[in-house]
Design a protein around this ligand. Structure first.
Ligand SMILES: Nc1ncnc2c1ncn2[C@@H]1O[C@H](COP(=O)(O)OP(=O)(O)OP(=O)(O)O)[C@@H](O)[C@H]1O
Ligand SMILES: [Mg+2]
Length: 259
């Protein structure tokens, strides 16, 4: 859960300052909420995006992020430096500049996303420890098991449209799974961006990993994902949780009606 920059011990801030030539300004990220610290830092020698963690799951996911960004070419922000000090893991990454893409039906940004996903699809997970489908999502099917590296949180806020192309941030939830799982987890965000469930599925039909997965498997995935978010929505007043519950429910209803 996000914390203030002031939560960082002075020793950690000093180490960051040394790496940026003295801190001029710190701008907390406006989107996302899981990382404890996620801020743009302006220093005399340039700008950097800093993520830092000190508690269990936060540290674990930041380690996954560090490993994944080192394993995937081109799309993640480059890691400039990282260190551990006084119980904090701190990562300084390339600061990406640009808006989040528009994933609504007919948006040209969808073509950029298609190119990005095609390039990312099918990358084998390098040896290491990654989330399993059950560990990441809280549910699993045998068909979700696989050997590919799945970002698992491709949504507009984790995509940045730079002058040099679409980039993907927030590799904290990287999972070793079947490649169709990446696409199945995108359905909710396509629906949230204005697609009907049928339009979302039609757009995903251009990916071989999508067309090769069985109907029953997708039916079961959609139902389990919707059930999970329905439970979360009962326990939370957060708007984003209720949005995800509505979008995953819309997909599950569409699939059960089609079946
Ligand atoms: N390298 C970067 N350059 C510029 N902006 C970034 C960078 N990395 C992340 N961001 C921005 O900061 C936001 C928060 O970062 P990130 O998504 O990595 O953290 P998070 O809190 O774990 O997110 P979530 O709650 O989605 O899991 C992102 O939505 C993105 O807008
Ligand atoms: Mg994020």
């Amino acid at each position: 859960m996000r914390r203030e920059w002031a939560a960082l011990p002075g020793t950690v801030v000093t180490e960051i300052a040394e790496r940026v030539g003295g801190i001029i300004d710190v701008r907390p990220a406006l989107t996302g909420n899981h990382a404890e610290i996620a801020s743009s830092v302006v220093g005399t020698s340039g700008m950097v995006f800093v993520k830092a963690a000190t508690t269990g799951l936060s540290v674990q996911t930041l380690r996954y992020e560090l490993a994944a960004t080192g394993a995937v070419d081109r799309f993640p922000p480059a890691v400039l430096w990282h260190f551990e000090r006084d119980g904090w893991l701190v990562v300084g990454a390339e600061l990406l500049d640009g808006p989040h893409p528009d994933l609504s039906p007919g948006s040209p940004d969808l073509d950029l996303l298609q190119v990005t996903l095609k390039a990312l699809q099918g990358k084998s997970a390098p040896p290491g420890t990654w989330f399993t489908p059950a560990g990441r999502l809280g549910f699993a099917l045998p068909e979700m098991q696989g050997r590919t590296l799945v970002h698992s949180d491709i949504n507009p806020t984790n995509l940045i449209l730079t002058a040099n192309g679409l980039r993907v941030v927030d590799w904290a939830w990287t999972t070793e799974a079947a490649s169709w799982v990446e696409l199945a987890l995108l359905v909710q965000w396509l629906i949230g961006s204005g697609h009907s469930p049928a339009q979302a599925e039609e757009w995903l039909g251009q990916f071989p990993a999508w067309t090769s997965v069985g109907r029953d498997t997708l039916d079961a995935f959609a139902a389990m994902n919707a059930a999970k978010w329905a439970v979360k929505a009962e326990q939370s007043a957060d708007g984003w949780v209720h949005d995800l519950a509505a979008w995953t429910c819309a997909w599950a209803k569409h699939r059960s009606a089609a079946g």
